[in-house]
Design a protein around this ligand. Structure first.
Ligand SMILES: NC(=O)c1ccc[n+]([C@@H]2O[C@H](COP(=O)([O-])OP(=O)(O)OC[C@H]3O[C@@H](n4cnc5c(N)ncnc54)[C@H](OP(=O)(O)O)[C@@H]3O)[C@@H](O)[C@H]2O)c1
Length: 253
């Protein structure tokens, strides 16, 4: 992998944990990590796996290792295998996490109004840190009871999850390094709440055409949210761009 932006005299492989370090000053920082084809598809045959590659998986695992909480939408959980047994802690990040006062792995937070989730899946039953369910006050009562039995529950709003309230609640409990792994409807809700600080976008070297979700789906952002390119890495035709919505809050490098 090579770092193209910011330019560096070092030819060495970039230290991804340093490149993607969360800004130390932020009480709450919401980073999203998404992949898209060159023609803007965020899905390949209904999933994101066909867009990914080995370098993308490497970046994704570093981003997970740096986060306090990984936030995902319910559809992504349902189609992307998030119900599988959670990955064990990665020893190479143990010291970094301990030094940052973090638990040995990030916890997962699933956003759902319907609570049509499998609370008996390993994501809940084998989680090292209880999985968080972010939902609404008027969620089905029996499903809410199942969510409570399976882990931590955050109620934020009615009808639709109030993402600002939900993310403030998590950050307010000292878990401010947030990572959203999609999908496009959840990312749109976070952007609408003006809580998206950073988008880590992997541009996959392929054209797909046809129907597919874009990175953000749902109501138009009006006005558009300007973003600033902070970092650009490349490996085997994959581009790894890091965009900031508030460049004055630049993370250090
Ligand atoms: N390219 C990528 O990087 C990437 C990343 C992730 C996913 N994907 C793909 O995206 C597709 C899924 O897209 P999606 O947009 O439907 O996924 P999503 O955002 O993960 O899930 C949408 C669901 O999340 C819940 N949700 C999201 N925002 C909510 C809010 N404000 N309040 C209440 N509930 C909320 C709802 O769940 P309930 O229906 O349970 O109420 C909603 O139906 C899949 O094909 C997946 O493979 C791509």
């Amino acid at each position: 992998m090579r770092q193209l932006i910011p330019r560096t005299s070092r030819d060495a492989e970039p230290d991804l944990a340093a490149v993607y370090a969360y800004p130390g000053h932020a009480r709450r920082w919401m980073r999203a990590n998404m992949v898209a084809s060159v023609d803007g598809a965020a899905q390949a045959d209904g999933k994101s796996g066909g867009l990914s590659g080995s370098a993308d998986k490497r970046v994704m695992s570093v981003l997970r290792a740096l986060a306090d909480v990984i936030v995902v939408g319910a559809s992504t959980v349902r189609v992307e295998g998030y119900d599988k047994p959670p990955s064990p802690p990665r020893p190479q990040f143990a010291a970094l996490r301990a030094e940052a006062g973090q638990t040995e792995v990030a916890s997962y937070a699933v956003v759902s109004a319907s609570l049509d989730l499998d609370f008996d899946s390993p994501r809940y039953t084998e989680a090292r840190i209880p999985t968080i369910t972010i939902t609404v006050a008027d969620a089905p009562t029996d499903r809410l009871a199942a969510a409570r039995a399976a882990g931590e529950v955050i109620i934020a709003g009615e009808g639709r999850v109030d993402m600002a309230l939900a993310l403030d609640t998590i950050a307010g409990s000292g878990r401010g390094r947030l990572l959203c792994e999609g999908g496009p409807h959840l990312l749109s809700a976070i952007a609408h709440a003006s809580y998206l600080d950073e988008l880590c976008l992997t541009l996959s070297p392929q054209l797909r055409g046809g129907e597919a979700f874009r990175l953000l789906e749902g109501v138009k952002l009006d006005p558009a949210v300007p973003v600033t390119l902070h970092t650009l890495l490349v490996e085997e035709g994959f581009l790894f761009a890091r965009y900031l919505t508030a460049p004055e809050q630049q993370p250090q490098q």
